[in-house]
Design a protein around this ligand. Structure first.
Ligand code: NAD
Length: 305
């Protein structure tokens, strides 16, 4: 089997105990060479397991994605060949939730201006931040990560509400409301929906115009959920107090205004990048890959939508 991207060492050890592992994570140019003999391939997000690569893997039985999003795997091409795709859907929830809270505090307290100015040796206080206590956060998408964020933000004394068209109730009693109502009544809009064709640019000019003046947006889900130009215009028009982005329509982002904007706190898609999340993701996927190769049922199969 092939380890194509850097995967946690304990997971590679587990796999090596049962199968021959070829690690090309440091030599990706060798991937094509080893594909024809591989029964399994493990990736993170760097390797694109597209149809061309899948076609090279004529003995391929399973693709393991050590993480959540499977945008880098052609699920249809895999499905047509009966190749099982497995991922680690919950491995990064805590890490992403903690980053969400950190980014929200960073926007509320204007870190994006204070941190670089201190690094330049300046002592410029300028402006006032705002407290989260008593404010309302609206979650767009109320799955695993949003629920973890809710637990933490309730600890700050925030009120919580959510929009999720695929839920009829929430396990923790968080009220479900329409997107319009959420946009109109939330001080913070935190995006946690998985990106689909249907929700591309769901936060567009129209949605932004419905938001409370001075609200904050945090997006740690996927860049495609937001129309970035409309977001910049809303910031420049004074509609929003600030924005935090860990994800972008294009990564790395091509629009320099997004990164330079004084009201945007940006991080380079690091939501899942903690030691714990990577360890968990590697082990979960390694166990499932082994199960598939032994003819057992995997715990986390991914199906084409
Ligand atoms: N920043 C990062 O590094 C990072 C890491 C992991 C996951 N993510 C992103 O976070 C997303 C959420 O992860 P999760 O584990 O909570 O997923 P999840 O599947 O548990 O939850 C996603 C929720 O979004 C809802 N949803 C789908 N379409 C929607 C729409 N149009 N409007 C509102 N809600 C909608 C679904 O019903 C579901 O409840 C992932 O899909 C991924 O894109 C980012």
């Amino acid at each position: 089997m092939i380890v194509a991207d850097p995967i946690d060492a304990a997971a590679v050890k587990l796999l090596s105990g049962e199968f021959e592992v070829v690690d090309v994570s440091k030599t990706p140019e060798k991937l094509s060479e080893v594909m024809p003999e591989a029964s399994a391939i493990l990736v993170r997000s760097r390797t694109k397991v597209n149809k061309a690569l899948i076609d090279q893997g004529q003995k391929l039985k399973v693709i393991g994605r050590a993480g959540v999003g499977v945008d880098n795997v052609d699920l249809v091409a895999a499905g047509q060949r009966g190749i099982v795709v497995v991922n680690a859907p919950a491995a990064a929830s805590t890490s992403v939730a903690e980053l969400t809270v950190g980014l929200l505090v960073a926007v509320a307290r204007n870190f994006s201006n204070h941190v670089p100015s201190m690094k330049q040796g300046k002592w410029t206080k300028g402006g006032q931040g705002l407290e989260l206590l008593g404010r309302t956060v609206g979650f767009v998408g109320y799955g695993r990560i949003a629920r973890e964020v809710a637990i933490r933000l309730k600890g700050f004394g925030m009120k919580v509400q959510a929009y999720d068209p695929f839920l009829t109730s929430t396990p923790d009693g968080t009220p479900l409301i329409s997107l319009d109502e959420l946009l109109k009544t939330s001080d913070v809009v935190s995006l946690h929906a998985n990106a689909t064709e249907a929700n591309r640019h769901m936060i567009n000019r129209d949605a932004l115009s419905k938001m409370k003046k001075g609200a904050i947006i945090v997006n740690v889900a996927r860049g495609a959920l937001i129309d970035e130009q409309a977001l910049l215009d809303a910031l420049d028009a004074g509609q929003l107090a600030g924005v935090a982005l860990d994800v972008f329509e294009e990564e790395p982002p091509k629009n320099p205004k997004l990164l330079a904007h004084p009201l945007i706190v940006a991080t380079p898609h690091i939501g899942a990048l903690t030691r714990e999340a990577q360890e968990r993701a590697g082990m979960v996927v390694a166990r499932d890959v082994i199960k598939v190769l032994k003819g057992e049922k995997p715990e986390f199969p991914v199906r084409a939508q």
